[in-house]
Design a protein around this ligand. Sequence first.
Ligand code: CA
Length: 270
Amino acid sequence: MPQSSQTLFKTGLRVASTKLNSAIMPAWLFGAGARFQGSRRDRRQMRLLVIEDEVRIVEVLQAALGRAGFTVDAVATAGDGREALSLVTYDAAILDLGLPDADGLDLLAGLRRSGNRVPVLVLTARDAVDARVLGLDAGADDYLVKPFAIAELVARIKALLRRPGHALGITLEAGNVSFDTIGRDVRIGQATLQLPRQELAILEHLMRRLGRVVPKAVLEEKLYGIDEELESNAIPVHVHHLRRKLGELGASAEIHTVRGIGYLLMEPAG
Ligand code: CA
């Protein structure tokens, strides 16, 4: 086993956090987010998590996905994968089913039960048809059987990331506000709210992280694909408009500002 891989596997998540305190780890892990202000190039990169214990596969994936412009973290156990997914908002995850400490499908099912909708591409050597069905039932968005062509995997990941609402038809809810992630439809009670794409993206992210602080830098990153040149005050301005529109239609959920850090969406108390 090459030295670099041994190091990677032994240190697990620490590799990710050391490598990436400027680009991968959310700002709230570091306080006010100063270190999250990476270069534009860093912030534009999509972040993927590979949960796979076969070193050679990890190396190939990291190289190919890196060349394709992704930032890739890798962990070798279900436990580390669970922890990474709870700490970092990944754009997608690649999950091996045969992990040393647990079945990848159990990790996936637990993830979905907890409301985490990160797009997951399952990698497995089990090529039986029922294993595929099992994976999709557990909440996998796509499935690739080993051995696979790396080009196909990269193409599938790109396809997953292009799907609206990141693949799964779910309705997010906060108080009387609902957000259909496929139709990109926002409703407040019975009323439909039309929003520009930037405000939709912010609202979706706040709803996905309901009750938790979302750093401004994370929202900026979400908007990056929409606004090529993001003004420094873009987020506060979009949030201001969004808050006003929600208020006008009597939304019971409110966007709170956490000074110097970011925003959080709160459901009405009681
Ligand atoms: Ca394995």
